[in-house]
Design a protein around this ligand. Structure first.
Ligand code: NPW
Ligand code: K
Length: 498
């Protein structure tokens, strides 16, 4: 598991440790770790050319001290400063080691040092950065982006918000980010995560001072530990029965995909209920389903005691009958996953009663919106707002509805009113196509029915779904049906890693 802490928490931990250590020790540790990573990235050390982009804070100080260490190893180091000040001791250390320090001349002409560099180090701003990069920082960073050398970001790529991953203006795009003490949430969540490249954590000793993380990013081994392993004595009821209330005459595929997602993730039995033509189609594709014709306006019976979890909403419709069905499902005392049309029914003024129903439930509820659906559920933000501050809005929704929320998209995040948020490390942008969400709802539903707790089920389902896409796509677009082939591969891989 990787852990991320917010800036306030990092500063507090740093303060507690610094009070016991001689001045400058933490920066020296950070700089040593940074220099080591730079050396790994250089084809040869002696005679290599490294350019430091240096802002006015301690982030620039880290870069300067690392530059001094590189210069002592025979690297030609040039520091280009931006901003009103420069870290004096760091600049002196670099000069004493044979490096040069000068102010960036501005964006009017290409900087020859930058374009001749073997490696560029981004020490413009770190956790002290606010908003998009100002000038001359942005101009310097833009030149670095055009230069051929790889870019190593110090602590985080300058211009991304450390706590949210938001990019409010120009931001550096790094090949490698060397971060200190703990990960920052913005390194886990897009759009920030996308700018960070490969992230390396350097231990500077603040670990014991840090409280529990605010954001987690699991590794394959963590997923393996969370997945259920059916014992020899397991029968279909003990493995869990999932009820799927998806699909309609208009959207028959949603039912087929949600049922498939569940079966391919592993569940004792899927009970499908829906219109006759959809039942036929589900049975034609998945004959192992126990399917019954069900008109939500006449029967919303969930067969109490016979199902362990319910998926409701994908392609189901938003008629009054569908609202009645959702209401009845929410009235049950088993875990419920609400997706797609179910989320639409819960949104706005007309959805108020259903939203209250969710708040009143004692059994776990999981909402699985994409950014547009989350914006509608929250009612006071746009889809774009949600996309740039994914963690914040997923957390708000979790608090507002008193349940777990899985926000789909460029980084899938899972929030719960209690405990840290979790980000899913797998997936590809090519996953954004019709029907993939239906497969996800089935996959997560299967895990809920198997007794996996709600946040863990959401995480494992999202992980397997994203990994399935990575394994089947090979660079080509992924259809929702392809995902159904990828799920067993993803499961086998996770079990082998575990
Ligand atoms: N915490 C730890 O454990 C350790 C932390 N360490 C290191 O310290 C770093 C934090 O250093 P820090 O606090 O000095 O802030 P930092 O990121 O250098 O930026 C502040 C400067 O940036 C400027 N500025 C702000 N926004 C801007 C913008 N949009 N565009 C342009 N400029 C902008 C701002 O200018 P101002 O707004 O004041 O004019 C101010 O001068 C941290 O990331 C890590 O690298 C390690 O050494 C050891 C252990
Ligand atoms: K930086």
């Amino acid at each position: 598991m990787l852990y991320a802490h917010t800036v306030d928490v990092v500063r507090e931990a740093e303060g507690a440790l610094m009070a016991r250590l001689p001045e400058g020790v933490l920066m020296r540790r950070a700089a040593t770790g940074l220099a080591t990573e730079c050396i790994r990235l250089l084809p040869a050390v002696y005679g290599a050319r490294v350019v430091l982009m240096v802002g006015s804070g301690d982030n620039g100080g880290d870069a300067l001290y690392a530059g001094a260490a590189l210069a002592r190893r025979g690297v030609a180091v040039r520091a280009l400063t931006a901003g009103s000040r420069v870290h004096q001791e760091g600049a002196a250390a670099l000069r004493a080691a044979g490096g040069r320090v000068r102010a960036f001349a501005g964006s009017d002409a290409d900087d020859s040092d930058l374009f001749g560099a073997d490696l560029i180090v981004d020490g413009l701003v770190g956790i002290g950065g606010r908003g998009g990069l100002r000038e001359p920082h942005a101009g310097l960073a833009a030149q670095a982006a055009n230069a051929p050398a790889p870019v190593v970001a110090v602590d985080l790529p300058s211009g991304i918000d450390a706590d949210t991953g938001e990019v409010a203006g120009y931001a550096v795009r790094a090949d490698v980010t060397v971060t200190f003490g703990t990960h920052k949430p913005g390194l886990f969540v897009d759009p920030g995560a996308d700018r960070a490249g490969a992230v390396r954590l350097v231990d500077i000793g603040i670990g014991p001072e840090l409280p529990g993380a605010s954001v987690l990013r699991p590794q394959p081994v963590d997923i393996a530990g969370l997945l259920p392993t059916p014992g020899a004595e397991a029968d279909k009821y003990r493995r869990g029965v999932l009820a799927v209330r998806a699909g309609s005459d208009r959207f028959r595929g949603a039912a087929v995909l949600a049922v498939g997602g569940a079966l391919r993730t592993g569940v004792g039995m899927v009970r499908y209920g829906g219109p006759e033509r959809v039942v036929d189609q589900v049975l034609a594709r998945w004959p192992e389903t126990v399917a019954a014709v069900l008109d939500p306006r006449q029967s919303t019976d969930l067969e109490p005691g016979r199902v362990a979890a319910v998926v409701v909403g994908p392609g189901r419709g938003t008629d009054p009958g569908d609202a009645d069905e959702l209401d009845a499902v929410l009235d049950s005392d088993v875990p419920v996953l609400v997706d797609a049309d179910g989320l639409t029914l819960m949104s706005g003024e007309t959805g108020r009663d259903l939203a209250d129903r969710v708040r009143e439930r004692s059994a776990p509820t999981l909402l699985t919106p994409h950014a547009g659906e989350l914006a509608r559920l929250l009612g006071d933000v746009t889809r774009e707002d949600v996309e740039v501050r994914r963690l914040e809005h997923a957390r708000r929704a979790a608090r507002s509805f008193g349940c777990a929320v899985l926000l789909k998209g460029s980084t899938t995040v899972i929030a719960h009113p209690d405990g840290p948020s979790v980000v899913n490390p797998t997936g590809t942008p090519l996953l954004a196509s019709a029907g993939t969400g239906d497969v996800l709802s089935g996959a997560v539903g299967a895990l809920l029915a198997s007794g996996v707790p709600v946040v863990e089920a959401a995480l494992c389902g999202a992980y397997l779904h994203g990994r399935a896409a990575e394994l089947v796509h090979g660079g080509a677009p992924v259809s929702a049906s392809d995902l159904l082939h990828g799920l067993p591969l993803a499961l086998a891989e996770v079990r082998a890693d575990g």
